[in-house]
Design a binder for this molecule. Structure first.
Ligand SMILES: C[S@@+](CC[C@H](N)C(=O)[O-])C[C@H]1O[C@@H](n2cnc3c(N)ncnc32)[C@H](O)[C@@H]1O
Ligand code: SF4
Length: 348
């Protein structure tokens, strides 16, 4: 895990070519390496059989692929699987595989814990323990046993993508580049609370779908639920989003956890309509997944349906998102590895 060798996984084509040149190999070997990794998902440099034995040996002296298998997998009765992957620095992150009819979505993590400290989120309760490298993020895809079944990736696991933006952009570049996974950006959604400057950069430099965690259209209430509101308010976020086109390939959605008696009133619904007026977007209503010691509870089904119908009838297309993997604590906002780290250190 703590290999002194550098990881090839996570390197762009340019970087792979430069690495080859530095080792005295032709630059096109970089393209061959990219193909072996990003198309064939090889686990060992020695499996790259169209590279000469001599060059494979040279490469293996300085580099490893950098992939690490999950050390644990928990299976939900609904088919969801939660994996525990090691990181470059001996920590762990959770990744959730969600099969559904003809789709299979992977919910990936980008940090160990999170700095944003949203009141309702178990990852926030863990505190911040570090950001993942591009290798760590891509490894959750690369080393997934179901990698060939994946249709979608969502950055909705542990951590705030805008707080690890360079690595998110490198990861999405490799996932969408012709030399990489060659996925359409339409298959990737990045979820964020909104972080000043970072969100703008993401919107400029990526074509992936965007999901914004809204949770309240009322500034003071959103700040009480999500301290990140003080850094970038929901009205600033929406004004920024109005500069981009979401009417074609790229999709914009807003996530809204419905808390009973807190943010589920008709006034809230009216404010959401006002806030999102004229924006090409959809709203996903999410059931609150209860966190120990947090004095919030989810709204009942009837109220969620009323909210959905109100918003949809006011031209804000709204759906209720199904909760998956709740029995194994894999649903939105339930991911935390603080206990795992303690348990694993104890076992060692
Ligand atoms: C865990 S976050 C990760 C992505 C990013 N940090 C964000 O907040 O958008 C993914 C989604 O889960 C939601 N979430 C967090 N805690 C939750 C909970 N206890 N129940 C339901 N959804 C939750 C977040 O609000 C967000 O929309
Ligand atoms: S909801 Fe997202 S931003 Fe908020 S604490 Fe959880 S992971 Fe961080």
């Amino acid at each position: 895990m703590n290999s002194p060798k550098k990881a090839l996984l996570g390197m762009t084509l340019y970087e792979l070519k430069e690495a080859c040149r530095a080792l005295g190999m032709p630059a096109f070997t970089g393209g061959q390496i990219a193909k072996w990794m990003y198309t064939h998902h090889v686990k060992q440099i020695d499996e790259m059989t169209n590279i000469s034995k001599n060059n494979r040996a040279k490469l293996a002296e300085a580099y490893t692929i950098g992939c690490n298998e999950a050390i644990d997998a928990q299976h939900s009765k609904d088919g969801t699987i939660k994996y525990l992957f090691p990181t470059h620095d001996g920590k762990f992150v959770e990744t959730v595989y969600i099969p559904e009819n003809d789709r299979a979505t992977l919910c990936v993590s980008c940090q160990v814990g999170c700095k944003m400290n949203c009141l309702f989120c178990q990852t926030g309760k863990q505190g911040f323990e570090g950001s993942l490298t591009t290798t760590d993020i891509l490894n959750q895809v690369y080393s997934l046993p179901e990698v060939d079944k994946l249709t979608n990736i969502v950055f909705m696991g542990q951590g705030e993508p805008m707080d690890n933006l360079d690595n998110i952009l490198r990861t999405t570049e490799i996932l969408t580049a012709d030399y990489g996974w060659a996925w359409s950006p339409k298959r990737i959604t990045v979820s964020s609370v909104g972080v000043k400057n970072k969100l703008k950069r993401f919107l400029e430099e990526s074509n992936c779908h965007v999901a914004i965690s809204l949770h309240s259209p009322i500034a003071e209430q959103r700040a009480a639920l999500m301290p990140a509101q003080k850094g970038m308010s929901i009205s600033e976020i929406v004004s920024l989003l109005r500069n981009y086109d979401f009417s074609h390939q790229r999709r914009l959605s807003f996530e809204y956890i419905v808390f009973g008696g807190i943010n589920d009133s008709t006034t809230h619904a009216r404010e959401i309509v006002k806030l999102l007026n004229g924006l090409d977007c959809r709203v996903n209503l999410i059931r609150f997944h209860q966190i120990p010691g947090v004095p919030l509870h989810g709204a009942d089904e009837k109220r969620m349906e009323e909210l959905r119908d109100y918003l949809t009838s006011h031209d804000v297309f709204t759906t209720i998102r199904a909760s998956r993997g709740q029995d194994i604590f894999a649903a939105c906002g339930l991911l935390s590895t603080s206990k795992k780290i303690g348990e694993i250190r104890h076992e060692q």
